[in-house]
Design a protein around this ligand. Sequence first.
Ligand SMILES: [Fe+2]
Length: 302
Amino acid sequence: MRAIISSIKNKTKEIFKNKIARTLFYRDVLRYNFPNLLKSSVPISSEAEKCLSEFRKNGYITFIHKFEELADYIDKEYFIKYEQNQLDENLFKQKRIIDLNARDGDKYRRTGLETSLYISYRDPMFEQLLCNKDLASLLYNYFKRQPYYRNPVHLTKDSFSREIIGRTSSKYHLDGGFHQLTIILSVNDTEENDTHTKYASGSHKKYRYKSVADRDSISESWVEQNWPITRIVGKKGSVHVFDAGNGFHKLSEQLNSTRKLFFINVTCGSHIQLAVNDKLEDIAYLKDKPLLIQNMFKKVCA
Ligand SMILES: [Fe+2]
């Protein structure tokens, strides 16, 4: 009898390992998306709760808090210093800043991405945004489980002074299979006639857990006829969150316009791209934070 039970157990394990665990459905839907049945929500302020219901409805929100001081700081300490070659060289040596254009032969600059830097989580100024309780609870309750920062903090400056081709994000797409949310902090003011991201409000509901592999199969007019389009613009310091994994979005490039962003993606733990030289114990501002917030850094700063 024991031998039969053990054989059934082994067979089940084998089927799980070889058949189920390898499927996209398990990897993208079950493993990283199934709600935490024991804790599907955390306490949330009434202001953030209102913001959450709008987020659920549209797949996009402008966050309730603004961070002008942080935007000014990022502009001065990173973007401007980078342009003036004044960033501390040690930060590059220690891989606490990675210049993606220098690393990849200017390939981003050729598509209008003038500046593209990965920067360390350690900067204490980031605490106010990355450890914001309203933001953390909003993300948790949207996913109905623990959210995790997915990749290094990314600073980008788009500057289109001529017609640009070849940016894959210029076509409507889903960040397919990632089930990820994107958080962007506007570092400079942008209006509708500046370079911005367009988001098809409500499309995240129809495309939940689906991916569209071929971006060329999605026409701009089809998206814009089917969903109201939100233009993600705002004053410096404004924070925008959108469901990039499930909702259609695209870059709308405008000539002679500059957009500077601090951005970061959040998933339920999938597709983690390690912050190269940050370990959890290096992030001093995390020490007194609640578990929900510490956990958000746990995978990317492993
Ligand atoms: Fe995208």
